[in-house]
Design a protein around this ligand. Structure first.
Ligand SMILES: NC(=O)c1ccc[n+]([C@@H]2O[C@H](COP(=O)([O-])OP(=O)(O)OC[C@H]3O[C@@H](n4cnc5c(N)ncnc54)[C@H](OP(=O)(O)O)[C@@H]3O)[C@@H](O)[C@H]2O)c1
Length: 253
């Protein structure tokens, strides 16, 4: 395992870096002196993020346009980016979407988009990054899942299912990749104030993206494999998730 990398001498690649948690994480790692690889569909948003990072005096930031829904393009795109920026230490599969869906209400097209991006897109990215890390026998593979992987939230059926699938994949990857010296972290944020949903602020204990990014980077730097943010109060509540009555969540649907 690559434990000798100093926090100021690493390269971190992030998908979905153009907005929200990914953007905040890029700024957090830039402030920690890391080199960055930034991926997303919106080139202009990535360019303005890079300008901000360069303005902070961070070492460097490379950008690449990638739509993770186009799964066949993921491996070539990531191979090119890894080749361009050299040894990558941390890869964060963060790109993801949400959407309101109700079971049996004709929302299957939205369900399919959520599964395409959050499951197939994320797995394509993690698989490609893992291949690079296996070749180097080092690396830290990170997936941004969600507390929704562990709970049932009305109007979020496909989203909860997508994150449960992602977390299961990450835990399996952790076991398989350990012998290659690769660390795997499953990050499960609670509610974070981003554009992912218009009314995200109505959910309990919502925090700003910058706070989420700081807590995620701290946990990853500490080598945590299962990361819950914000730690307070979700770490305290987690053992009781199985006992939350449906009526508690019903008022959010
Ligand atoms: N906000 C929350 O409460 C919360 C809680 C738990 C987990 N999460 C997870 O955190 C991650 C980031 O979410 P966020 O809240 O920061 O959302 P956001 O503000 O909407 O940002 C989503 C990011 O994903 C990128 N993206 C979306 N679809 C993509 C695609 N097909 N290909 C490539 N990039 C794509 C977007 O970039 P482009 O549009 O430029 O492609 C954007 O950078 C997601 O996986 C989400 O499920 C969020």
């Amino acid at each position: 395992m690559n434990m000798s990398i100093s926090p100021t001498n690493r390269t971190v690649v992030i998908t979905g870096a153009s907005a929200g948690i990914g953007r905040a994480l890029a700024l957090e790692y830039a402030a920690r002196g890391c080199r960055l690889g930034l991926l997303g569909r919106r080139q202009s948003a990535l360019e303005s993020l890079r300008a901000e990072i360069v303005g902070m005096g961070a070492p460097s930031a490379e950008i690449a346009v990638l739509d993770v829904d186009d799964v066949d393009s993921v491996r070539p795109c990531l191979d090119r980016l890894f080749e361009r920026i050299g040894a990558v230490d941390v890869f964060v599969a963060n790109a993801g979407i949400n959407g309101f869906t109700r079971v049996g209400a004709g929302d299957f097209a939205v369900d399919r988009r959520i599964i395409q991006t959050n499951v197939l897109g994320a797995l394509a990215c993690l698989d490609a990054a893992a291949a690079q890390f296996i070749a180097r026998r080092a690396g830290h593979l990170v997936g941004i899942s969600s507390l929704a992987s562990m709970i049932a939230v009305p109007t979020q059926g496909a989203y909860c299912a997508s994150k449960a699938a992602l977390s299961a994949y990450l835990r399996t990857a952790r076991i398989e990749l350990a012998r290659h010296g690769i660390r795997v972290s499953n990050v499960t944020p609670g509610f974070v104030l981003t554009e992912i949903m218009p009314d995200i602020g109505k959910y309990p204990f919502a925090i700003p993206a910058a706070q989420a990014a700081r807590e995620i980077a701290d946990a990853l730097d500490a080598g945590q494999r299962e990361v819950i943010v914000p730690g307070w109060p979700w770490k305290l509540f987690k053992p009781f998730f199985g006992f939350i009555p449906d009526s508690m969540w019903r008022r959010f649907g």
